[in-house]
Design a protein around this ligand. Structure first.
Ligand SMILES: [Zn+2]
Length: 174
C-alpha cells in the first residue's frame, strides 16, 4: 500500500543510509534513543524502559509507537518491568489520543516477526493508532492508497504537551 505525499519518508530513509555506514547496529530503534535529537527523531517521551515515538510511516494521523530500549524480538525476551511500563504507556496513550484527536477508538498491537508483518522484526514495538468512524475513505478502498493530511512535525507539536505531565507515577525522570 502506498502513501500519498510523504516527503518525510525520503528524508528519514536518507538519514538511515547516512548513519548506518559507521559503527551503529543498523537498528533504528537502538540508534534513536542513543542520539540527543529527540525532536528531529520525533521522540515524544523517554521512560525508564521504553520510549514513545511517532511512526515515521504512519498509517493514520496520530500513529505512535512504544519501543523498549532492549533490543529484543520476542515478548518472552522482554524484561518484565519493560512490559509493565509498555502497557502503562499504552493505556495512557489511548487516553491522550482520545483527548487530542477525538479518537473514537484505537488499534493497539504488535507485529511479532516478519511473518506477522513486522517492518523491524528484530526489535519489537507497540503500535497505537487512533480511529474514527469513516476513516477508511474511498481512496483507501479503491486504490490501496492513503492520504495523510497532517505532517509529522504537526503531530509532534500536538502530542508533546501531554508528556509534560509525565513521568509516570512511581518513576523518576529518565
Ligand atoms: Zn534494536
Amino acid at each position: 500500500m502506498d502513501v500519498l505525499w510523504s516527503p518525510w519518508r525520503y528524508r528519514y530513509i536518507a538519514g538511515l543510509e547516512r548513519q548506518d555506514d559507521g559503527a551503529t547496529t543498523g537498528c533504528p530503534f537502538c540508534r534513536i534513543p542513543a542520539e540527543a535529537r529527540d525532536p528531529e527523531n520525533f521522540v515524544l517521551y523517554r521512560g525508564r524502559h521504553n520510549f514513545v515515538i511517532l511512526n515515521i510511516h504512519p498509517y493514520i494521523n496520530g500513529h505512535v509507537m512504544i519501543v523498549p530500549y532492549a533490543h529484543v524480538a520476542t515478548l518472552a525476551a522482554l524484561p518484565a518491568e519493560a512490559g509493565y511500563e509498555m502497557f502503562d504507556l499504552t493505556r495512557r496513550l489511548t487516553e491522550i489520543l482520545a483527548q487530542e484527536y477525538r479518537a473514537m477508538g484505537c488499534n493497539v498491537g504488535m507485529n511479532l516477526g516478519q511473518a506477522a508483518g513486522a517492518g523491524i522484526a528484530d526489535h519489537l514495538h507497540m503500535h497505537i493508532m487512533p480511529r474514527w468512524f469513516g476513516d477508511v475513505n474511498f481512496i483507501t478502498t479503491i486504490a490501496e492508497t492513503r492520504v495523510l493530511p497532517e505532517d509529522l512535525p504537526t503531530t509532534y507539536a500536538r502530542l508533546c504537551p501531554y508528556f509534560d505531565q509525565f513521568p509516570l507515577a512511581g518513576q523518576s525522570p529518565a
